[in-house]
Design a binder for this molecule. Structure first.
Ligand code: ADP
Length: 349
C-alpha cells in the first residue's frame, strides 16, 4: 500500500519536475485565462468556477506534458546508453518513437560516423604496427648480413685473397641497400605526413625524358638491354614537378631494368586532348595478375628474395603512386608473366 503510494508520488514528482521547463508558458497562459475570464464573466460566481476549472486543466496538462517529455528523454537516454555500452551493431537498431524521427535520424548518422571513424583509426593503427614490423625486418636483413661479412673478415678471412674482396663487395652491397631503404623511408614519411611540397611548372617532356634515358643507358647496357625513347611532338609541354617526377622515373625505370633479363625497355609519350600519357614498357619477367593490385602497397614484392637480391626496398612503387596521385593521375599497369610489363600515367597539358 505504502509502496504503491510512494511510487505514485515519485511518478507525480518526476513528471511535474520534468514539466517545470514549461512553467513560464504555464503562467503566461494562466494570466491570459484570468484576463479572459474577467472580461467575459466580470466578478461573478462563474469567474471563480472558470478559474478553478482552468487551473485543474492546466495542472493536468502539465502532468501529461511532463510525462511525455520524460518518456522521450528516457528513450533518447536509453539509445545513448546502448551506443556507449557497444550494445548496437547497426544504425538501424536505433529506434525512437515516430514523433522523434528527426532525432532518430541524426543519432543514426552520428552512430555511423563514429563507427567509420573507429574503423579508420583501427585500420590506421594496424597499418602502423605492420609498417613498424616491416621496417624492423627490412633493417635487420642488411645489418645482419654486413655484421656477418665483417665478422668473417675479422676472424681471418681478411687474409684470404680468394674471398676477402668478395666479402667486402657483399657487405658494400648491403650498405647500399640499407641506404636505399632509409632514403625511401624518409620519402614515404615525408609524403604521408603531408610535408612533400609540390612545385608544378610546365616543362618540355622530350628534353626531360631524353636526359633521363641518357642517365639510365649505362645501367641498361650493363644488362645488355636496349633503352629506347620514342620522342613525341617537339614542343609538347607538360605540367608537373620535375624533381618529384624524377623519382617516379628512377623507380619505374630501375624496376624495368631490374626485372628484365633480355630485350628492351621503351618509353613513349602519347599526346591526348588534355594530357600526355607516359608509358614505360619492358620485356621482363612480368607480374602475375593476382599481384598487380598489390604491388603499390608498402613492402609488397612478388618475389621477396629476387627483389632483395637486386637491391629493391619494396617501397618504390608506393612512392611512385603517391607522386602520380599528387599530379592528379593514377598509375596503370598492364603485365603478362614472361612477356613484360607496362606502367603508365598522365601529366596535364
Ligand atoms: P622493389 O624495391 O622490390 O622493386 P617496388 O615497390 O618498386 O619494390 O615494386 C614492388 C614489386 O613489384 C617488386 O618487388 C616486383 O615484384 C614488382 N615489379 C615492379 N616493377 C616490375 C617490373 N617492371 N617487372 C616485373 N615486376 C615488377
Amino acid at each position: 500500500m505504502w509502496g504503491t503510494g510512494l511510487k505514485v508520488w515519485n511518478e507525480l514528482k518526476s513528471n511535474f519536475s520534468s514539466a517545470s521547463v514549461y512553467l513560464k508558458e504555464f503562467f503566461l497562459f494562466g494570466i491570459s485565462i484570468i484576463l479572459l475570464a474577467y472580461i467575459i464573466f466580470g466578478r461573478s460566481g462563474y469567474f471563480t468556477l472558470f478559474i478553478i476549472l482552468s487551473v485543474l486543466i492546466g495542472v493536468l496538462s502539465l502532468f501529461f506534458l511532463g510525462k511525455r517529455r520524460l518518456r522521450e528523454l528516457n528513450n533518447i537516454r536509453q539509445v545513448i546508453f546502448n551506443i556507449r555500452k557497444n550494445y548496437l551493431n547497426k544504425s538501424e537498431e536505433i529506434k525512437l518513437p515516430a514523433n522523434l524521427h528527426g532525432v532518430e535520424e541524426e543519432i543514426q548518422k552520428m552512430f555511423e560516423k563514429m563507427k567509420n571513424d573507429i574503423n579508420y583509426l583501427t585500420r590506421l593503427e594496424k597499418m602502423r604496427t605492420e609498417f613498424l614490423a616491416n621496417v624492423s625486418h627490412e633493417l635487420r636483413t642488411p645489418i645482419f648480413a654486413i655484421q656477418g661479412y665483417v665478422e668473417t673478415l675479422l676472424d681471418g678471412a681478411i687474409n684470404d685473397e680468394k674471398v676477402n674482396k668478395y666479402f667486402l663487395e657483399k657487405a658494400n652491397q648491403h650498405t647500399i641497400n640499407l641506404s636505399n631503404l632509409l632514403n625511401d623511408l624518409i620519402d614515404i614519411s615525408m609524403i604521408e605526413s603531408g610535408e612533400m611540397r609540390m612545385s608544378f611548372r610546365y616543362f618540355n617532356i622530350n628534353e626531360y625524358l631524353s636526359s633521363m634515358v641518357k642517365e639510365f643507358e649505362p645501367m641498361a647496357k650493363g644488362k645488355n638491354l636496349e633503352l629506347i625513347y620514342h620522342p613525341v611532338r617537339e614542343n609538347l609541354q607538360l605540367l608537373g614537378d620535375k624533381n618529384k617526377l624524377r623519382q617516379v622515373f628512377i623507380n619505374i625505370l630501375t624496376n624495368a631494368i631490374k626485372y628484365t633479363e633480355e630485350g628492351k625497355i621503351e618509353i613513349f609519350v602519347e599526346e591526348e586532348q588534355k594530357s600526355g600519357k607516359i608509358i614505360i614498357k619492358d620485356t621482363g619477367i612480368g607480374i602475375p595478375e593476382t599481384d598487380i593490385a598489390r604491388i603499390f602497397e608498402r613492402f609488397y614484392r612478388v618475389d621477396k628474395a629476387r627483389s632483395r637480391a637486386v637491391g629493391g626496398t619494396g617501397l618504390g612503387l608506393a612512392i611512385v603512386k603517391h607522386i602520380a596521385e599528387a599530379h592528379g593521375s593514377a598509375i596503370e599497369v598492364k603485365s603478362e608473366v614472361g612477356k613484360g610489363s607496362e606502367f603508365s600515367f598522365r601529366l596535364k597539358k
